[in-house]
Design a protein around this ligand. Structure first.
Ligand code: COO
Ligand code: NAP
Length: 375
């Protein structure tokens, strides 16, 4: 951290900030609600924790907020030189501490931090916090892990750890759909570190074999199957037991897709097991076979990290500590290669270019999109 600290000694505290803001929402064209605002922060910067942004990902929930289909909403204010009350977009990102008020000893210039809670607005070059307890240090992670640990890292950590009392050394499995997602890749690595096997379902594709190979070799997925295999009852009866091996128990299903895919992963569970739904990428309702409820005692529950963090912020602090240790131990790798980065050069990117970049990133498909600020 020393070089960052030295650099910051010569960095001037800014007088104006630049943020990506929105006043209204739009389901049809969510990028149309965004604008770039330059404004003088209303806080007394001498008495505040001033942060500069290093990177922020664009998550499905950030898009949901702009679409107006997300129940957790930031407060809108007139603080950003807008005519209508507005909020800064984005819910996570990694920041570097530039300065702290006199007497603040828990943070030092150069520390890397993330906000404890969502809705703080992260799509901005600088942010200001009044309390160090609203921030968590993430020193020790690389840029890409630090920028995504808050939402996807903690989600994966809690999905694996909080619901099933796993028996280490047994042939115990979790099944998950959207096996290529950022969350699923972290789930896979955390599960592997705990000795839990993962059956990852991914959508059919021409390069299925190579994608499955990467999920197995790089992230440690135990087996990868396609959605057509997931939905094929004879595959489930004949092939799957051979893939799983003797005395296998599939104890947990993690659903972030919905529709038919959710029925098919639920059908693989043992009796009295649990399916957690944490996303709905297909935008189809979660459908579950009646018999699973009546005859197999299935429990279907929702999972929302935002709500969990509100109820128990200390748990997030603990999760991050463990996550950093797993990263240090090489059990979780950087998602760098899985991310499409977009550079925001704070010295040369103009407002029009920045807005265009952000809009393109929101519309981007394939890899996770992340904006990286070049200072
Ligand atoms: C969304 C969602 C997960 C909400 O899903 P729901 O199934 O609850 O959505 P509705 O029942 O309100 O859907 C009604 C209607 O709107 C339906 O169309 P019809 O079947 O033709 O009636 C939907 O397809 C459509 N709809 C719903 N959301 C959208 C939409 N059309 C276009 N765009 C959107 N967004 O399904 C969703 O956006 N899913 C993908 C992203 C996702 O998984 N979000 C989970 C957020 S939780 C999270 O990430 C937490 C992070 C901390 C919002
Ligand atoms: P991501 O890295 O962007 O990955 C998106 C995933 O969704 C990919 O696996 C992609 O599969 C799949 N997908 C895209 N469109 C799909 C469709 N129409 N049908 C089926 N699958 C589709 O996403 P992420 O950031 O990891 O987030 C994954 C999910 O977790 C999202 O639903 C997000 O909202 C949710 N989430 C929820 C919480 C919570 O607390 N509830 C927290 C974090 C994330 P392909 O490779 O086949 O394109």
């Amino acid at each position: 951290m020393l070089p960052a600290f030295r650099r910051l000694m010569s960095t001037k505290i800014p007088t104006h900030f630049k943020s990506v803001v929105y006043s209204a929402e739009s389901l049809e064209e969510c990028t149309s609600v965004l604008s770039i605002q330059n404004y003088k922060p209303r806080e007394d910067l001498e008495k505040s924790i001033v942060l500069r942004t290093l990177a922020f990902p664009i998550n499905p929930s950030d898009i949901n907020q702009l679409q107006g289909v997300y129940p957790s909403k930031p407060e809108k204010t007139l603080d950003y030189s807008t005519h209508e009350p507005a909020a800064i977009a984005g819910n996570e990102g990694v920041f570097e501490v530039m300065s702290v008020p006199k007497g603040e000893t828990s943070l030092t210039a150069g520390d890397w931090v993330i906000p404890v809670q969502a809705n703080n607005g992260t799509w901005s070059n600088y942010r200001v916090f009044s309390k160090a307890t609203d921030l968590i240090k993430v020193n020790g992670l690389d840029l890409y892990s630090a920028a995504t640990v808050s939402v996807n890292g903690c989600t994966a950590y809690q999905l694996v750890n909080n619901y099933v009392a796993w028996n280490k050394g047994s042939n115990e499995w979790l099944v998950q759909n959207a096996g290529t997602s950022s969350v699923s890749k972290i789930v896979t690595q955390i599960a592997k570190a705990k000795g839990i096997k993962t059956l990852s379902v991914i959508r059919d594709r021409d390069n299925f074999d190579s994608v499955a190979q990467v999920l197995q070799d790089k992230f440690g997925a135990t087996k990868v199957i396609s959605e057509s295999q997931n939905n094929d009852k004879s595959f489930n009866k004949e092939t799957l037991p051979k893939l799983l091996g003797p005395d296998a128990r599939i104890r947990l299903a993690l659903n972030s897709v919905g529709g038919k895919s959710s029925s098919a992963i639920a059908r693989k569970l043992e009796k009295n097991a649990l399916m957690l739904t944490y996303g709905g990428m297909s935008k189809q309702p979660v459908t579950l076979p009646t018999s699973l409820h009546i005859f197999k005692g299935l429990t279907s529950k929702g999972f929302w990290i935002t709500e969990n963090n509100k109820k128990n912020p200390q748990e997030k602090v603990e999760n991050i500590k463990d996550f950093i240790q797993l990263y240090r131990d090489g059990k979780i790798i950087s998602p760098k290669e899985e991310i499409n980065t977009v550079d925001w050069d704070v010295h040369s990117t103009n407002d029009e270019q920045l807005l265009e970049m952000i809009k393109n990133a929101i519309d981007g498909t394939g890899k996770k999109q992340m904006v990286v600020l070049k200072w």
